[in-house]
Design a protein around this ligand. Structure first.
Ligand code: HEC
Length: 135
């Protein structure tokens, strides 16, 4: 291999990596759900997800406090009053399309509401309920 072949190979590898990196972020909500369910090792329950979402877990807030009891419409942050776009994917195409973002907010919000992280089973339950909400 001469110098220019090596340069071209490196460029191709970098480009391939960039394509993979962007590709990895754009996922469908159903894929995220499949991942959580696989980790949980059990099928999700939309009814359990709805209950988790609308229950206060011994604290001041439920998930619904910020997202609304039916998260098919924009919610409102319980302390700052800032608008939060609808959480149900059928009403907001951006939802659950970026695993890192979804995980970050699950971690943060479950901690705020339940004082701990949600389990994979709980995340699968909530997401399966949100996916069942249709116009
Ligand atoms: C104190 C207000 C608040 C509470 C309570 C809250 N959230 Fe959120 N949530 C937010 C904000 C703010 C965002 C990020 C802004 C946005 O995405 O519009 C967010 C985003 C999310 C996302 C990101 C979805 C995505 O992929 O785009 C998920 C999932 C989520 N919340 C789930 C929950 C669950 C489950 C609970 C209850 C355990 C909960 N939230 C409780 C404020 C809250």
């Amino acid at each position: 291999m001469n110098q220019s072949t090596i340069t071209r190979c490196v460029a191709a590898l970098l480009l391939g990596g960039a394509v993979l990196a962007t590709g990895a972020q754009a996922v469908a909500p159903a894929e995220i759900l499949a991942g959580y369910s696989a980790q949980a090792g059990a099928p999700p329950s939309p009814a359990r997800g709805q209950q988790l979402f609308n229950t206060r877990h011994g604290g001041e807030w439920s998930c619904a406090s910020c997202h609304g009891a039916a998260p098919t419409q924009a919610g409102k942050h319980a302390s700052t009053g800032k608008a939060i776009g609808a959480l149900a994917p059928a009403f907001n195409a951006e939802r659950f399309t970026d695993l890192a973002r979804t995980d970050k907010w699950f971690r943060r919000n479950c901690n705020d509401v339940m004082g701990r992280e949600c389990t994979y089973a709980e995340k699968a339950d909530v997401l399966s309920w949100l996916l069942a909400l249709k116009p």
